[in-house]
Design a protein around this ligand. Structure first.
Ligand code: GDP
Ligand code: GDP
Length: 438
């Protein structure tokens, strides 16, 4: 599972600035959907020796006049509990404040490993950190989140105890029979446990192991219609007696780790309750992580004709950035649509690992361009010439040619949907990169 790095500190010290720097996307895919990235508190760390999850816990607000550090709203507190390392951010310009001291105390009590960051330190000498030793959190590190100074070094240090595991069987043996790793994500009460119990059924449960660690990831092997799957720990599902039940403390961090660990994510949505921000956020994270995705629209049995129509419109509107994912209407309770759902899971996985030859891709590219040329730009008309596959899971299509930097977003999307159609790429994110020859 990916390590979790939590950003903690009082308001205005530069946590969001640091968050943005750490999670800065290498490709435009996330930035393309503005609604998705606003208020983002969870992201994939991209600066440092390996991937990780970054959580911005928001500000620690003191409660009333006593100024006691409030136990933060559930998720932030959970995030600290679950963090592999906490980055405690202070402000060099403001100096050490009593508020910082209270947060430091709280962190010491949490027992989590902490790195003390003194931000806004561009142009300041080591003297600026002297007063922060007082917090009793060890060496303070001077950084500038805004300018990127010192950030990489402190991340390398923070992640040193978590070397990257090399366990990607998919890469090494693409033809081996696969047990697909499936993760269910979704809000509490969406019907995840009901779905799992319906899919697994007692008699199909092959193995169940729950390591006794505090991180207690669970993995369950099961078969559906003779095909092997592995269920990856999802949002606090735990086995109680003979069935799975969701635990009360729903953890976003655990969901994100399980998403990273999966081959295919099933996002379970409660149709009766509509699509919440939380659903869109999780969907956005799946998009960012590049995982294959199927949306299970659950509790369809509770919907009458009118409600079904309304919901389908809402789905189209709110999850428009997931047009490539299959949306399967199911009833976990009545066990309707499960076959269809698991077929979609298989298809999404196949699409994510599809290998497309350079000649095929190039032919498709030429066909797409003949049908519709890229719009003329300042430097003349962009000329895509050939394409090759630059990776899989998710598939990356690299397009070579001249003046490709002038290709705009709408043409990129045109190409994307053309390739999706042509190569049957439903269910997986697809990345398109342009390489211009000088
Ligand atoms: P948050 O409330 O902790 O998330 O803080 P923000 O990231 O919103 O930053 C608060 C303010 O500090 C903003 O005006 C930032 O531009 C500024 N800021 C953040 N990092 C730096 C830095 O490294 N140097 C300077 N000078 N200002 C910074
Ligand atoms: P979880 O928190 O996501 O694991 O959700 P649960 O599986 O515990 O389901 C929450 C509630 O929704 C329970 O009362 C279920 O019986 C009910 N439920 C789940 N799936 C369906 C469904 O397809 N139809 C109906 N009518 N109820 C469902």
């Amino acid at each position: 599972m990916l390590p979790v790095v939590a950003l903690v500190g009082r308001p205005n010290v530069g946590k969001s600035t640091l968050f943005n720097r750490l999670t800065r996307s290498r490709d435009a895919i996330v930035a393309d959907y503005p609604g998705l990235t606003r208020d983002r508190q969870y992201g994939q760390g991209r600066i440092g020796p390996r991937p990780y999850i970054v959580v911005d816990t928001g500000g620690f607000e003191p409660v009333k006049s006593e100024g006691i550090v409030k136990a933060m709203a559930g998720q932030a507190e959970l995030a600290i509990e679950e963090a592999d390392v906490v980055l405690f951010v202070c402000d060099a310009r403001a100096g050490l404040t009593p508020h910082d001291a209270r947060i430091a105390q709280h962190l010491r009590e949490s027992g989590r490993p902490v790195k003390l960051l003194v931000n806004k330190a561009e142009g300041l000498s080591d003297i600026a950190k002297a007063e922060f030793y007082e917090l009793g959190l060890g060496e303070p590190y001077l950084i500038s989140a805004a300018h990127g100074q010192g950030v990489r070094a402190v991340i390398d240090l923070a992640l040193e105890p978590f070397p990257e595991e090399k366990d990607d069987e998919e890469e090494t043996d693409p033809d081996a029979p696969k047990r697909l790793k499936v993760t269910l994500a979704g809000r509490p009460n969406a019907g995840k446990s009901t779905l799992i119990n319906a899919l697994i059924g007692e008699e199909r449960l092959i193995a169940f192991d729950m390591p006794g660690t505090t991180r207690d990831a669970i993995k369950v092997d099961f078969e559906y219609e003779g095909r092997p799957y592995e269920l990856v720990d999802t949002a606090g599902l735990r086995k109680k007696g003979k069935v799975f039940e969701a635990i009360e403390k729903f953890s976003v961090v655990k969901t994100l780790q399980a998403i990273e660990d999966a081959n295919v994510v099933i996002l379970v949505i409660d149709a009766k309750n509509g699509i919440a921000d939380h659903d869109a956020h999780i969907a956005g994270y799946v998009l960012e992580s590049g995982r294959a995705l199927v949306v299970a629209v659950n509790k369809w049995d509770l919907m009458d004709g009118y409600e079904r129509e309304m919901f389908s419109l809402e789905l189209e509107r709110k999850l428009h950035f997931l047009r490539w994912a299959r949306m399967i209407r199911i009833s976990a309770l009545k066990r309707n649509g499960l076959n269809h759902l698991m077929r979609a899971v298989d298809e999404a996985h196949a699409a994510a690992y599809r290998k497309i030859s350079t000649p095929k891709l190039t032919r498709a590219l030429i066909e797409a361009v003949e049908r519709q040329q890229p719009p003329r730009a300042r430097g003349g008309r962009p000329k895509p010439r050939y394409a090759h596959q630059g990776g899989s899971n998710p598939p990356v299509i690299v397009i070579h040619g001249n003046a490709l930097e002038d290709i705009g977003e709408s043409y990129r999307r045109y190409l994307e949907s053309f390739f999706r159609e042509k190569f049957d790429l439903a269910g997986t994110p697809l990345r398109i990169e342009f390489r211009t020859k000088e």
